[in-house]
Design a protein around this ligand. Structure first.
Ligand code: 2RA
Length: 329
């Protein structure tokens, strides 16, 4: 497979190359792509150096699959050009996610919606992926009525600039700010810009993308997304009300038997998911599974995942694997 990685020099792009190599994806030719300022730089893949090329050069090279992680504007402009050249695009930005003609895919949940005709496929937002990975099997069993989610999002979701800001603040250096406020010894209840309804784009992604992926607009979702001075991954406190009652042990068993989920849930041994231990791993980790005693048919749980992996690169590579396995490219 001729694979283009668009945004190859960014944080997600670098993880993308690692995941492709780790999973022995059948790459016959790698095309690292980035903006003009990075053209000519080299990236390493499987011990070999590859020169970064520009967008139009990459389009003309007619890759089989192009995995984008280069921001919404770049995706909006260039994904159709790659698709017109016959390349199947898997896009990590929010550009195409809510487009009714585009599929929004978490392979363990809804890869079966994909067809040969899908030339631009949207990768969901990181905080949505880890949420729906956990909700999907429970929805099937107990029928979800409402979800309340509070996120504690890693600064790596913002990018290198935010990681640098935290390092500077830690060292007492006044450097470039990725956020309006300090993030060291602080939490910022704003991820992305505010919409007219008083929620941030990040919070509305959790609402809209969850309903699209689970294919059920009757599911009520409300979210609060918070930025925290953590690098290993995103954490989420989730409260789920079902139409039907459940047994907590059965919930644990369902999640334990769901591909891509690791249950870490034993308060006697202080076992629960934490970003420090989720970093670098591809699973979604679930713990603190307990009944909400304040109302019937309602569950609380704690979900953690590496936002650069299952939240972005790994999910995208899994979509690519599905396309190859089912001869859709
Ligand atoms: C964030 N999910 O964490 C967004 C984009 N990666 O900022």
């Amino acid at each position: 497979m001729k694979i283009a990685v668009v945004g190859a020099t960014g944080m997600v792009g670098e993880v993308m190359l690692k995941v492709l190599a780790e999973r022995n994806f059948p790459v016959t030719e790698l095309i690292p792509v980035a903006s003009e300022k990075s053209v000519g730089k080299e990236v390493e893949y499987m011990g070999k150096a590859y020169k970064v090329v520009g967008m139009q050069t990459a389009v003309d090279m007619k890759a089989d699959i192009a995995i984008f992680s280069a921001g919404g504007d770049t995706s909006k402009e260039w994904a159709p050009k790659f698709a017109a050249a016959g390349t199947t695009v898997i896009d990590n930005s929010s550009a195409w996610r809510m487009d009714p003609t585009k599929k929004l895919v978490v392979p363990e949940i809804n890869a079966s919606v994909l067809t040969k005709e899908d030339k631009i496929i949207a990768n969901p937002n990181c905080s949505t992926i880890q949420l729906v990975m956990t909700l999907a099997p429970l929805h099937k069993k107990y029928d979800i009525k409402r979800v309340i989610v509070s996120t504690y999002q890693s600064i790596t979701g913002t990018g290198v600039k935010a990681v640098k800001q935290l390092e500077n603040e830690y060292a007492g250096i006044q450097g470039e700010m990725a956020y309006k406020y300090p993030i060291h010894r602080n939490l910022i209840p704003q991820c992305d810009v505010f919409e007219d309804n008083g929620y941030t784009k990040e919070e509305m992604k959790l609402v809209r993308e969850t309903q699209k992926i689970l294919d059920d607009r009757t599911i009520a979702v409300t979210a609060t997304a918070v930025r925290v001075p953590v690098v290993g991954g995103h954490s989420e406190a989730v409260n789920v009300e079902f139409e039907n009652d459940f047994e907590v042990n059965e919930v644990r068993s369902i999640l334990h038997h769901t591909s891509g989920i690791t249950v870490q849930d034993n308060i006697d041994t202080f076992t629960f998911p934490m970003p420090l231990y989720a970093e670098g791993k591809n699973d979604v980790f679930v713990g603190r599974i307990r009944r909400d005693e304040s109302q019937p048919n309602t569950l609380n749980m704690w979900i953690v995942a590496d936002n650069l992996r299952k939240g972005a690169a790994t999910n995208a590579v899994q979509i690519a694997e599905y396309l190859v396995e089912h001869k859709l490219v």
